[in-house]
Design a protein around this ligand. Structure first.
Ligand code: BGC
Length: 693
């Protein structure tokens, strides 16, 4: 079942990214980049009592609770078993060392004395590859080592191993479960697993014993041995304390959120002062009735609103690759593409929203690192490819050119220049901006003035999409702004005129019966084409490549949440314009899900059942702010708070039956939309733009 891929929590240090199940098992471990390679096939922890099989913690007989320490990338999992056992795990990736530290405390919660052992089984496929792996017991460092080529993973503890062994995955699991590893090998190659047992002694009722585990990652045996030695020298307490200090300091750099009533450090904004005009800073004294069914009747606790803002910033950092600056959409949860096309890649689309949120939250270094990465991944023709590995190579794809992504990256660059980088940044990125703007211009169809057909933002359809056209217009406008900052006045004028012409084309070509269309010239299957033609709908047929025929629907009337993007962020329509307002009303009528609340992406969305999405719903909130509907905006922000997972992360989609997370956790773009809306509502005054010299 797909849900087994979904993490409950995520830890990392921007080189190492770890996803964990609610029961505490490490599901995935990505290193040396946040998109991989991924090294864990299966990892189990459990408790062994003599004469009984190990009770692995993924067994449903355990009751588990999990939470992050507040404002920390430190995770606490408590597991209780009716056998009279309680296991408390505190873990984190150490910020400046590639070590995952897990501090375990096992308590005898029963009535009799109990001899206990901590058991661990790990089937690693280092480098995501079943071939040429080796697992061994490294006597010198008393650790379990797995390696393949230049990736080495060593697992050691602060107590000596009582027993250890390696071998084929099933045989080692059986031996570990039986607590009898004597018959296993001490070194073996192939698709191999390892297991270890640590004696924790005999615990009297109520007594606890501790064990610290350290996973060290490096590119050769010397490195991981050294890291393990350092970890043991420092000890888990100290490593965790340093980690906590790091994240507390890191969050302090960010712009605080001033939610009225929140007892946090941030000061409440002066009365009436919000980031955007037209909104009162304070919620109405009496809670407003839900503006849409499924929105919360009661406001979220101010502390929770602010906490999710800070959690979102922490997620941003974990999803940003330290080595390259790329930001991934989410930790990969479906590498075999069984249920989707995968998420552990960097998309220009997602990254633009994320970096604008970073910039507005004051995390300019992260945003800047992404744009520097983008300079190296631009195609020679000026566009940016569908998605990339963090290391800059093309990601696997089902549609290379998605026009909105190139527009979005330019848009984000202009925001970065405005809020932080100023003219120096504009000059630095100018060659890339010029290439991108030239491509956007070349890509316009002289007949319509709109971009040529490409894949839409949901990556499902080829056509001339209104959202993508708006992104291209915003990209050209951004290029004009950057040109101005870079002292390239003539180019700036040209792009400004082109942006305006594209805006007019959108209004001319993409409005029908007083509402925006999703697009024009949508490519459809021949059957659909014939059916529409028979029904008198305008369709057309034209030649494609290799002698193929393209079947197109001239007007694409499907209501789509992305039409919100015409107002925000791409500003080709005024939020209050009657056409825009009518379009939004139609979007809401067609896509709002009563009950659990939330906005679907578009009518008849088949992806994972067509659930409401967190980011589309927050997008409606971002629109509402700009249309002056503060109640709706605030209620939507509060709704997002209620849709966070048990550990406080935002998923991509919401289950329309339960309201719980339906797919992909955490989705960086969901967190970005939350940060943007939270800052609109409670961010106080927008930071001063960088001065233009
Ligand atoms: C969405 C895209 C998005 C990608 C990565 C897809 O499911 O349709 O809009 O860019 O995921 O988040």
């Amino acid at each position: 079942m797909a849900a087994k891929f979904l993490p409950s929590a995520v830890l990392g240090n921007s080189r190492l990214l770890v996803t964990l199940a609610g029961s505490g098992e490490i599901q995935r471990l990505f290193w040396p980049h946040v998109d991989g390679p991924q090294h864990v096939e299966r990892l189990l922890v459990g408790i062994g009592v003599p004469g009984e099989p190990v009770i692995w913690q993924d067994d449903p007989s355990w009751q588990c609770e999990q939470a992050y320490e507040p404002d920390q990338n430190v995770l606490v999992t408590v597991a209780r078993h009716p056998r009279g056992l309680a296991v408390r795990t505190v873990e984190a990736a150490v910020p400046d060392l590639d070590i995952l530290v897990r501090q375990v405390t096992v308590t005898n919660a029963g009535r009799e004395r109990l001899p206990v052992r901590y058991a661990l089984y790990q089937w690693l496929r280092v480098d995501e590859n079943p071939l040429h792996n080796t697992a061994l017991y490294d006597e010198g460092s008393d650790s379990l080592v797995h390696y393949r080529r230049d990736v080495f993973v060593a697992l050691g503890a602060d107590r000596p191993l009582a027993a250890a062994g390696v071998g084929p995955s099933e045989a080692v699991l059986a031996a570990a479960t039986a607590q009898d590893l004597a018959g296993t090998a001490l070194i073996l190659h192939g698709d191999v697993a390892a297991a270890g047992l640590w004696d924790l002694g005999t615990l009297a009722p109520g007594e606890s014993a501790g064990l610290a585990l350290f996973w060290a990652l490096g590119s050769n045996i010397g490195q991981v041995r050294k890291l393990l030695a350092a970890a043991r020298r420092e000890g888990a307490e100290k490593l965790l304390a340093e980690t906590r200090r790091y994240w507390a300091g890191w969050l302090r750099r960010a712009r605080p959120l001033a939610v009225p009533g929140d007892g946090g450090e941030a000061a409440a904004p002066a009365p009436g002062r919000t980031a955007l005009p037209g909104l009162a800073a304070e919620p109405a004294a009496a809670p407003a009735r839900p503006a849409l069914p499924g929105l919360p009747a009661q406001p979220a606790a101010p502390g929770q609103v602010a906490e999710l803002y800070r959690r979102s910033l922490l997620v941003f950092k974990l999803m940003t690759d330290a080595g390259t600056g790329a930001v991934i959409a989410a930790p990969e949860c479906d590498p075999a593409y069984r249920y989707c096309g995968g998420y552990g890649f960097c998309w220009g689309r997602d990254a633009a929203y994320v970096t604008v949120a970073m910039d507005r939250a004051g995390l300019h270094d992260l945003a800047g690192a992404f744009y520097r990465w983008a300079l190296g991944t631009q195609e020679p023709e000026g566009w940016w490819m569908h998605r990339h590995h963090t290391t800059g190579q093309w990601g696997s794809s089902w549609g290379l050119i998605q026009t909105d992504e190139t527009g979005s990256i330019l848009y984000g660059m202009a925001v970065h220049a405005r809020l932080h980088g100023g003219a120096a940044f504009a000059r630095e990125v100018w060659p890339a901006v010029r290439r991108a703007a030239a491509w956007l211009l070349r890509n316009l169809d002289p007949e319509t003035g709109l971009p040529r057909p490409a894949v839409d933002l949901w990556e499902e359809r080829v056509g001339v999409h209104t959202y993508s056209a708006a992104a291209a217009a915003a990209g050209l406008r951004a290029a004009a702004e950057l040109a101005g900052l870079a002292g390239e006045e003539a180019a700036g004028d040209q792009y400004r005129r082109a942006a305006e012409a594209l805006r007019s084309a959108i209004w001319r070509e993409c409005v029908r019966d007083g509402v925006f269309l999703r697009g024009r010239y949508l490519q459809i299957a021949k059957d659909a084409y014939l059916a529409l033609r028979a029904a008198g709908e305008p369709v057309r047929e034209r030649p494609g490549v290799l002698g193929r025929t393209l079947w197109e629907r001239v007007w694409d009337p499907v209501m789509d949440a992305s039409l919100l993007g015409l107002a925000y962020p791409f500003a080709v329509a005024d939020p209050g314009d009657p056409v825009m307002a009518r379009t939004v009303r139609r979007v809401v009528e067609a896509l709002w899900v009563p009950g659990v609340g939330g906005l679907r992406r578009y009518e008849d969305d088949p992806y994972r059942g067509g659930n409401p999405w967190v980011l589309t719903t927050l997008w409606l909130g971002l629109y509402a702010v700009r249309a002056g509907d503060g109640d709706l905006a605030r209620q939507i922000l509060d709704w997002a708070v209620t849709r966070r997972t048990a550990t406080g992360l935002l998923p991509e989609q919401v289950d329309p039956r339960t309201g719980g997370p339906a797919w992909v956790v955490p989705l960086t773009w969901s967190h970005a939309m939350y940060v943007l809306l939270a800052l609109d509502l409670y961010g106080g005054r927008e930071p001063r733009p960088a001065p233009v010299p």
